[in-house]
Design a binder for this molecule. Structure first.
Ligand code: ZN
Ligand code: FE
Length: 260
């Protein structure tokens, strides 16, 4: 039995902690203090730190956590980390590691950063787990800081092919603003409207909107739906020159960048 806890940090980050009542792993600890507090409160030892990409809000707490716990640190080999992180165990596409009795596979998902990785555990009892950093958000995706639209589209296609019941553990609580954009793209999509209402209630109660089931993301996330007729039609109206799937995906990302 594993417990999955999104630890809020900064403005809108979640540091995902998974534990089995004895050992824990944490994904993208941008800050050490909420992680240390949780470990202490629950009497857990930190077995490993998993990193998806190099940004400070995902790596800033690693040095302190490692010093306090001696946890091993894993990172995609393709990602260039800040020197403050220190030595890491590098994982290539398809590499598997065993933690808390689960097997985690590294999936290379370039786009937000050049070497961004995601961690996928197929055999978790309550449903597969996906820690996807800033690649896939609920109803959204990360900005393209280092990668191309073609890379991000391919990365999202890989994640979208995972099983329906996959629990998508995103690194930010961006769901409400993403859903407002999604509704602007697809005003006729009742799943988006319904989910926006549910998420508004959750946020009013101070509760996270995550993890999100992948089956739901396929129905509400415009960045997983850029080939759907309704999304293609909306993009054709806005950006008539975008006439292949990569150009349409790029136009969708651009539209979101300017959306308020
Ligand atoms: Zn980032
Ligand atoms: Fe981030």
């Amino acid at each position: 039995m594993h417990h999955l806890i999104p630890l809020p940090a900064f403005q809108d980050n979640y540091l995902w902690l998974l534990h089995d009542d004895r050992s824990a792993i944490v994904v993208d600890p941008g800050d050490a203090s909420p992680v240390l507090a949780c470990l202490q409160q629950q009497g857990l030892e930190l077995a490993a730190i998993l990193l998806t990409h190099h940004h400070a809000d995902h790596t800033g707490g690693v040095a302190e956590l490692r010093a306090a716990t001696g946890a091993k640190v894993y990172s995609p080999a393709a990602e260039t980390l800040p020197t403050t992180v220190g030595p890491v165990i590098e994982l290539d596409e398809g590499d598997r590691i065993r933690l808390l009795g689960l097997e985690f596979e590294l999936i290379a998902v370039p786009g937000h950063t050049a070497g961004h990785g995601a961690y996928y555990a197929a055999d978790a009892a309550q449903g597969p787990l996906l820690f996807c950093g800033d690649t896939l958000f609920s109803a959204g995706c990360g900005r393209l800081f280092e990668g191309t639209p073609a890379q991000m589209l391919a990365s999202l296609d890989r994640l979208a092919a995972l099983p329906d019941t996959t629990r998508v553990c995103c690194a930010h609580e961006y769901t409400l603003s993403n859903l407002r954009f999604a509704l602007a793209v697809e005003p006729g999509n009742a799943d988006i409207a319904r989910h926006l209402e549910q998420c508004q209630q959750l946020r009013e109660q101070g509760r996270p909107t995550l993890p999100s089931p992948l089956a739901l993301e396929r129905r509400i996330n415009p960045f997983l739906r850029s080939r759907e007729p309704a999304v293609v039609a909306a993009l054709a109206e806005r950006e008539p020159q975008a006439n292949d799937e990569v150009a349409r995906f790029a136009a969708l990302r651009e539209w979101k960048n300017g959306f308020r």
